[in-house]
Design a protein around this ligand. Structure first.
Ligand code: PEP
Length: 257
């Protein structure tokens, strides 16, 4: 099955709303219509930028999908400082990350919390990008497969095949995120293949064949082609390099590199 690759830029806690507008304007300047036809491009700005970027994308009819980096799982209530999935859906967010390793490591998100968030994202008609990946210790102990399968099972608990139709999973080895180290292309391919086989066991081959499995972890212009042209890799979740319009544009153009 032909899957349209997705390249999503996770800006993390970078760029205020004015810088955000400038970055998206530069990005579209660097990309051509044919690039957007070959690859779906998404940006995941901080919450305070979302409304500005939504207005820019819709006002200028830019072929860029909008996404958020996190959500609470409840629809409303006494959760000071949190953002609800309904608020994100109203801003026309298409994607929302769930289970990014920084949320797991720095904010104590367990598989159970990730699952609640993922279900909330689905409930509001948005597409979760479920992030999974092992630490260096887990890889060195030969436990990478077990950890990734466990995170998939935990994150996707109680999700039905019908809900999983558009699912995106990002395989992001923790030791490669923000470190400049990347997985070998063949290892990225093998782990994305493992993700797909796990989805097939859980939801059936049809859903697994349609799901996009991304690689994330220090994707840069220099390594994008080797990593993203692997058969099981359907694009990238890009952190650091996504806050440079030039670098992110090169990564988005990986099929042409
Ligand atoms: C990320 O934040 O998901 C990520 C992959 O970051 P980086 O590209 O900086 O490693």
């Amino acid at each position: 099955m032909a899957r349209t690759p997705l390249v999503a830029g996770n800006w993390k806690m970078n760029l205020d709303h004015l810088e955000a507008i400038a970055l998206v304007q530069q990005l579209v300047y660097h990309l051509e219509r044919s690039d957007f036809e070959a690859v779906e491009v998404a940006v995941l700005p901080p919450f305070t930028d979302l409304r500005s970027i939504q207005t820019l994308i819709e006002g200028d009819r830019l072929p860029i999908a909008l996404g958020a980096q996190d959500t609470h799982w409840e629809d409303a209530g006494a959760f000071t400082g949190e953002i609800s999935p309904g608020m994100l859906a109203r801003l026309h967010c298409r994607y929302v990350l769930a289970g990014h390793s920084e949320r797991r490591a720095l904010f104590g998100e367990t598989d159970e919390i990730v699952n609640r968030k993922l279900q909330a994202i689905l409930r509001h008609g948005m597409v979760p990008i479920l992030c999974v990946g092992e630490t260096l210790e887990e890889r060195e102990a030969g436990r990478a497969d077990e950890v990734v399968v466990g995170q998939l099972e935990g994150g996707l608990a109680a999700v039905t095949a019908e809900q999983a139709g558009d699912l995106v999973v990002a395989y992001e080895p923790v030791w490669a995120i923000g470190t400049g180290r990347t997985a070998l292309p063949e290892d990225a391919d093998a782990m994305c293949g493992l993700v797909r086989r796990t989805l097939a066991e859980r939801f059936g081959q049809g859903i697994a064949d349609g799901a996009r499995v991304l690689y994330g972890g220090s994707v840069k212009p220099a390594n994008a082609k080797a990593l993203l042209t692997q058969p099981e890799v359907d694009g990238a979740l890009v952190g650091g390099a996504s806050i440079s319009a030039e670098d992110f544009a090169v990564i988005c153009r990986f099929p042409r590199l």
